[in-house]
Design a protein around this ligand. Sequence first.
Ligand code: SIN
Length: 290
Amino acid sequence: MARETKFERFQVRQMTGPIGAEITGLDLARDRSPETMADLKRAIHRYHVLAIRDQKMELEDVHQVRAALGPFSGNPVHEPIDGYDDLMILNREPDETGKVIGEDWHMDLAWLAKPPGITMLYGHDVPPVGGDTCFTSLEWAYRSLSPAMKAMIEDFVVVHSGKGVLGQQYGSVKMRADVHKIASFEVEHPLVCKDPVTGERYLFISSVIDRIKGFTPAETRPIVDYLFKVATRPEFNCRLRWAPGTLGMWLNPCVMHTAINDYPGYRRTMYRSTIEGWTPIAASGTRVAA
Ligand code: SIN
C-alpha cells in the first residue's frame, strides 16, 4: 500500500512500507509556525515515526517544539530536569551495564487513561554505532489478522496496569520520589481502537496488559501473547538510526518500540518529552469508561 503524501514545508522519505519517515529541509529552531506544526502532525498520523534530521537543539528548543505541538502529557514515572517540568534526560554512560531504558517492546505509559499521543526524543550525544530504536506498526498488525480473529476481538476490553513498571531501575535515569503510586494504576482500554485523525484501526496492545476483561489470566495469556507476536513481526517494523541532531517523534498509541542495547563503551544522551494524547476510542464505537 503506497502511503506517500505531499508536504510543502519539508521533504519526506519513507523508511519502510508500513512505518517511519525521514524528514529533511526543516529547521525547528526557526520555524515552529502553526502551519508547520499542523503538517508535522499530519505526517506523524500518516507515518507514525518521524526522524527529523539536522536539528540544532538545546533543552529550551525541545521544550518550545513540545509547546508548539501541544500540552505536556505528564509523566508519573521519571524525574523532570531542573527548570523544565516537561523534559527528562535519558543518559547512559560508557561504563554502564545492564538493561538500557526502554529495552523490550512497549508503549509509553499505556496504563494511563490518556497515554501520551506523541513522544519526542532528541539525540544530543549519540553512539557512532548502535543505540537505534525499533518501532512496529499496530495498524499493520491489526490489518494482518484474519476476519475471524478481527470479529472475535472487536469488542475486547483490556486492563493495562502500572504494576510491572516498578522495580526497573536503569542506571542514571532518575525516578520520581512518589513513583510507587503507579503500582495501583489500572486502566481499561478497548483492544481495537481507531486513530482520531485518520480513522484507521489499530491494535492497542502493550507490555503491561494484566487481563482481558471478563477472561481469566490463564485465558488472557495465549491471546495476548499471540497478538504481541503478530504485532512485533519484522515486516511491520522500522529502525530509527539516530545521528546527533536527530529529533525523533512517534505516535505513541499506534506503535510499540524498543531501545536496542548494543553500544557498550559509548555515551548516549537523549532529551525526551511527551505530548498529550487522546482517550483511546473503540473502533466499534463501544465506549469504555475512563
Ligand atoms: C523509550 O523507550 O522511550 C526510549 C527509547 C530509546 O531510548 O531509544
